[in-house]
Design a binder for this molecule. Structure first.
Ligand code: MLT
Length: 245
C-alpha cells in the first residue's frame, strides 16, 4: 500500500539568533537578505558569474583573492568593506564585469547567516530575494521538503524587508506545506499589508536598513532589490559555492 505523501513543514526564522530553535538539519534553508546580499548574488549569477563563494570575513576574502583568479567584494555596515575594491551593490555585477568569473563575497548579515546554517548542518541551502521570488517558490514546491525561511535581519535584530519576503513566499506556496509557526503568520500578515507598494511601506515604516541605504544615496539599489523576478535564477549552495540551479 502506498504511504500517504507526508506534507512538509514550513517554518520562518525572523533572526539568525533564533536559527537554532528550528529543525535545520531536516530542512531546505532559504537564506534571505533582501537588502542586498541575496539580491546581489542572484544578479551576479543571472549575469553569468561562474559561482559566488560566500565567506565570513574580509580577511578570508582578501586571502582567497591572493590565491585564486577571482573577483573579491564585501560590505560592512552598508559600505564597501575596507581592503576590498568592490561592494554589495547589484549594479556592480553586470554581464560585462562578471560573466565567467567567480565572485568571493562577504557581507554583514547574509553570508554570516549562510555560514550559521552550514554549521547547523542544513539539509540544503538556497538563497532568496524578491529578485528571484518565482524560482524560489517553484523549487520549494517541487522539492516537497521541510523548509526554513531564514531572515538575515540586521545584526540579529529583526528587519522588515526580509520578513516581507518570507511573507511573499508563504502567500504563494502555503497550500503545499503545514505551517504551525507564528513567525510565518507574522510574516504573511505583514506582507498582506505591504504587498501593494513595498517601497512605500518601508518608507512609511522608517525601516532601518532602508533608511541607511537611502542616506548612502543607494535608492536605486533598494528599488532593484524590491523588484520581483528582475534576476530570476535559482541559487543553490553546492561544494562551498553558490551556483545557478
Ligand atoms: C548584509 O549582509 O547585511 C547586507 O547585504 C548589507 C548590505 O548590502 O547593505
Amino acid at each position: 500500500m502506498l504511504s500517504k505523501q507526508r506534507v512538509p513543514q514550513l517554518q520562518t526564522c525572523l533572526s539568525p539568533a533564533l536559527l537554532h530553535t528550528n529543525n535545520v538539519s531536516q530542512s531546505i534553508v532559504v537564506i534571505i537578505d533582501v537588502l542586498r546580499a541575496t539580491s546581489t548574488i542572484a544578479a551576479a549569477l543571472k549575469n553569468g558569474a561562474k559561482s559566488v563563494i560566500p565567506v565570513n570575513s574580509v580577511a578570508e576574502c582578501i586571502k582567497l583573492g591572493n590565491q585564486l583568479e577571482v573577483v573579491t567584494a564585501g560590505e560592512r555596515d552598508g559600505r564597501i568593506a575596507e581592503g576590498l575594491a568592490y561592494g554589495n551593490t547589484p549594479f556592480q555585477y553586470t554581464e560585462k564585469f562578471i560573466k565567467g568569473k567567480t565572485l568571493v563575497l562577504t557581507t554583514t548579515n547574509g553570508t554570516r547567516l549562510l555560514h550559521m546554517a552550514l554549521a547547523e548542518n542544513a539539509k540544503e541551502i538556497i538563497t532568496g530575494s524578491f529578485t528571484n521570488l518565482s524560482s524560489v517558490c517553484a523549487y520549494l514546491i517541487e522539492k516537497k521538503q521541510n523548509v526554513i525561511l531564514a531572515c538575515a535581519a540586521w545584526k540579529d535584530k529583526v528587519n522588515l524587508e526580509d520578513t516581507l519576503f518570507a511573507g511573499a513566499v508563504i502567500s504563494k506556496i502555503k497550500e503545499h506545506f503545514i505551517i504551525d509557526c507564528d513567525s510565518s503568520q507574522i510574516a504573511e500578515s505583514l506582507y498582506s499589508l505591504a504587498r501593494g507598494d513595498i517601497f512605500e511601506f518601508m518608507q512609511m515604516k522608517n525601516a532601518s536598513h532602508f533608511k541607511r541605504l537611502l542616506d548612502f544615496g543607494l535608492e536605486k539599489d533598494i528599488i532593484y532589490c524590491l523588484t520581483e523576478n528582475v534576476s530570476d535564477v535559482l541559487v543553490i549552495y553546492k561544494d562551498g559555492r553558490l551556483v545557478a540551479g
